[in-house]
Design a protein around this ligand. Structure first.
Ligand code: ZN
Length: 417
């Protein structure tokens, strides 16, 4: 499906020989900082997309802005980026919401996907090259599951009413490498997060649903597996393998996706391709509101669209997100948003003046911060210091404001106008 319009991204024409030449990020699987992306050429990233049944909240925005920083840092290092993201436009929560509100599920998905596009565009998030809906990838999922059947990696459970297809998790010796959880914890989380460890007929309690056979009054598609619809984990496996190939550089998403979603997707990817699924697993923190993780199910949401409709500048929303390290869990507050608005104002005033501080030092430190696990809070501090110094001392560097603007725009996605 179509993504959204890409923001302009200037090139930073400042030579910084002292900045690190590679990007390090935290890998969930090994709990270490690792180099991500090749030294030259094309980096490949997959970030799990939304289930479009409700508007984009700040928690979503935080995730997609985090991976936007990763993409921008790769681009600043001179790499090309191949980026894929899915839209889970047919799934239980979407169908339940459509039923509860009397809406057509396809219409609900289309409306909410469009709102997401609008929010991402306003936040100046670079769109994926491949923006793929589950519905449009039904053939690629069913063909993948069917091919896995020949080698015993997928099977149909013995349930005459609903003979659904499942993944043979025991076929993957590396199952568990993403989350590093013990089996008991996996079973508890699987049950709590939409899995079905108790379902009768499975070979193993941790086997996950690949293809759900048609249910009355639910959408379904004909396939070699029988009429039905894709499971969630295999949707991401199939889309990532089709558009990026195996062993791509980064699999990303919010930390609530580590298990079961990323564990299952990775195991299925390893099983299907015989290669690693992703080389690195990167996760962004959760954003709370009123003391609890912001979530659709709890209903404690701050929506990007609501803030924008109330007149909040998108750049201020983005800057409020960047004030927190992407891996941290934090709480959204109106105070945080106000501080971001003040910061934006300071930066804009400073870039209207000629600077006294040498720009190469600022850009070097900013690049170093971003290349060290996307440390946006430190990067923001560097621009704060430069802006404060520029306002205090009359300078004569007339090129500096344009160079700082380009750096802030290219690396942080903030346009200072
Ligand atoms: Zn996913």
């Amino acid at each position: 499906m179509k993504a959204w319009t890409a923001p302009s991204m200037p090139t930073v024409n400042v030579d910084t020989p002292d900045a690190p030449g590679r990007l390090l990020v935290h890998d969930t699987a090994t709990d270490r900082l690792v180099q991500v992306g090749p030294a030259a050429g094309t980096a490949r990233m997959y970030v799990c997309g939304i289930t479009p049944y409700d508007a984009t909240h700040i928690g979503h925005a935080n995730t997609y802005v985090a991976f936007d920083l990763l993409l921008r840092t790769w681009c600043d290092l001179g790499l090309a980026v191949e980026y894929a993201q899915n839209v889970t436009d047919v799934d239980d929560p979407l169908l339940e919401r459509a039923l509860a509100t009397g809406k057509d599920w396809e219409q609900l998905a289309a409306e909410q996907t469009e709102l997401f596009r609008t929010d991402m565009e306003a936040l100046r998030v670079v769109p994926p090259n491949h923006y793929i809906g589950a519905v449009e990838c039904v053939p690629c999922v069913s063909e993948l599951v069917h091919s896995m059947h020949d080698t015993g990696l997928s099977y149909q459970i013995d349930d005459p009413k609903h003979p659904d297809w499942y993944f043979t998790s025991s076929a993957v010796p590396t199952f568990g490498i993403v989350s590093n959880l013990d089996r008991d914890t996996m079973l508890t989380r699987f049950a709590a997060m939409g899995g079905d460890p108790e379902r009768v007929g499975k070979k193993d309690a941790l086997d996950s649903l690949l293809w759900q056979m048609a249910r009355p009054d639910e959408p379904a598609w004909d396939s070699p597996l029988g009429r039905g619809r894709p499971g969630w984990h295999i949707e991401c496996t199939a889309i990532a393998l089709k558009y990026l190939g195996p062993a791509f550089d980064v699999q990303g998403g919010g930390s609530d996706l580590v298990f079961p979603h990323h564990e299952m997707s990775a195991a299925q990817g390893v099983a299907a391709s015989g290669d690693a699924f992703a080389q690195t697993y990167v996760h962004s923190g959760m954003v709370a509101l009123d003391g609890k993780k912001m979530s659709k199910s709890l209903g404690n949401l701050e929506l990007v669209s609501r803030l924008r409709a109330a007149g909040t500048e998108s750049a201020a929303i983005r800057l409020a997100l960047l004030a927190h390290h992407y891996r941290d869990d934090w709480e959204w507050t109106t105070d945080g948003l106000r501080r971001a608005e003040e910061r934006l104002d300071l930066w804009r005033r400073a870039t209207r003046l000629d600077a006294a501080q040498p720009v190469v030092d600022v850009v070097t430190r900013l690049r170093a911060a971003m290349r060290n696990d996307l440390d946006a809070p430190t990067a923001l501090g560097e621009i704060d210091a430069w802006a404060a110094a520029s306002i205090d001392v009359d300078g004569d560097d007339t090129d500096a404001p344009a160079q700082i603007k380009a750096t802030v725009d290219a690396l942080l996605g903030i346009s200072l106008g």
